[in-house]
Design a protein around this ligand. Structure first.
Ligand code: 9MR
Length: 382
């Protein structure tokens, strides 16, 4: 009999039954995680919302929403108002959403979200001014080496001015590092790098700071969380970028760690993650967890088993990152499983709906909600 099998057999009663279910579903790569989670009750004290639990520790909690989902769903609106202290448009502030033609801006949909946040006394957060994706159709034909700076400056100025004084923070530049692209300093091959060179990053922060001196200016990045070689190289490149920006007096105030976690990715290396966070903090930067979710794409089909594993990952991750006092905010990328980018980007092969977020598709809190609540309750005060 294998050691794994013995491990499973050591768990009794309900937990044992679940462990066997897990084993049958061939979740054999994480036996310790599954068994550990089976013993956890994810108990939460009191009834208060995630935003209140976060606020009690000097933290901000919120989520990303699409205008159409939020506008058409009263139940989602009620959950949002209850749980969230900050709202970020999922797509409405991206270039392709705001720029129907080279000389036009359309703020209808982002304004709706800004008004919703304001009406419900939530903070509002901007995502994102400079990205290599979601550029409008016309971009390729119109933007070139000669006019790229004019487009970049005009875009950042117009968009940040529209919400100036009302924006908690802006993801000024998003996902600028990709060491696999083989460019200088691990920079991603993007139209901005191609047209303007590495200095486009600094320029973007300076323009944003001038147009909205009150907003916290964030550099937002993905794939920083795990401990594989690629992530290690990426963390090093991001740190170097931040160091360089700071040493040149660039107005940058925080790092956004997207945190799209993946249940089958294996354990996080808490030590490496903590030391990265502390290196970022020692540059005088705050840290925001900007797009948190946990993909259950490859987990067993049983939703109860999935929810338990996902919740364990939420609690483990947040308890590590919230140890670092420079972390000031946690945002989920969506709030309820009813609306999540993961249903289309990484659907499950068994066709079952994905369950990556704190609320289920009927807006009921899942164990993931408990896990986040527990992490907030246990976090040191800022
Ligand atoms: O959730 C967003 C999805 O609806 C969009 O189709 C996609 C492309 O614009 O972007 C998704 O959000 C991404 C975010 O802007 C940046 N980090 C990764 C997010 C998930 O892909």
């Amino acid at each position: 009999m294998s050691r794994r099998r013995l491990l499973y057999m050591g768990v009794s009663g309900f937990a044992g039954a679940l462990a066997v279910a897990v084993a049958k579903d061939r979740l054999l790569i994480y036996p310790s995680q599954a068994v550990y989670n089976l013993k956890k009750d994810f108990k939460v004290v009191g009834q208060s919302s995630l935003k209140k639990r976060a606020a009690a520790k000097g933290l901000i909690y919120g989520a990303a929403f699409g205008r159409d989902f939020l506008a058409s769903d009263k139940k989602l609106q009620a959950s949002t108002v209850r749980e969230c202290g900050i709202l970020v448009p999922e797509n409405e502030l991206k270039w392709d959403a705001l720029r129907p033609t080279p000389d036009k801006f359309d703020f209808t949909r982002s304004d709706w979200l800004a008004a919703f946040a304001r009406t419900h006394k939530m903070l509002f957060r901007g995502h994102t001014l400079v990205w290599y994706q979601q550029l409008p159709q016309w971009f390729k034909e119109v933007v070139n080496r000669q006019n790229a700076e004019k487009f970049l400056v005009e875009h950042i100025t117009t968009v940040t001015k529209r919400y100036a004084g009302r924006m908690h923070s802006w993801d000024v530049v998003n996902e600028a590092i990709e060491p696999d692209d083989g460019q200088q300093a691990g920079l991603r091959q993007s139209p901005w790098l191609q047209f303007l060179g590495a200095d486009y990053i600094e320029l973007a922060y300076r323009v944003a700071a001038q147009a909205d001196p009150k907003a916290m200016l964030v550099y937002n990045e993905n794939a920083l969380e795990y401990s594989g070689y690629k992530e290690e190289v990426k963390r090093t490149a991001v740190l170097k970028l931040l160091e360089r920006l700071k040493s040149r007096g660039t107005p940058i105030h925080a790092l956004g760690i997207q945190s799209h976690l993946v249940a089958q990715e294996g354990a996080l290396n808490a030590k490496k993650l903590r030391s990265f966070l502390s290196d970022v903090a020692s540059l005088g930067l705050k840290i925001l967890i900007t797009e948190l979710d946990v993909s259950d794409q490859k987990l067993p089909s049983n939703p109860a088993v999935r929810d338990r594993i996902v919740a364990g990952i939420y609690e483990d991750y947040l308890s590590v990152v919230l140890d670092e006092k420079a972390v000031i905010a946690v945002l989920n990328w969506g709030l309820s499983d009813r609306h999540t980018w993961l249903s289309t980007f990484t659907p499950r092969s068994d066709g079952a709906p994905v369950r990556p977020l704190p609320l289920d598709s009927s807006f009921k809190p899942k164990l993931a909600w408990n896990a986040i609540a527990r992490a907030f309750d246990q976090a040191p005060k800022r």
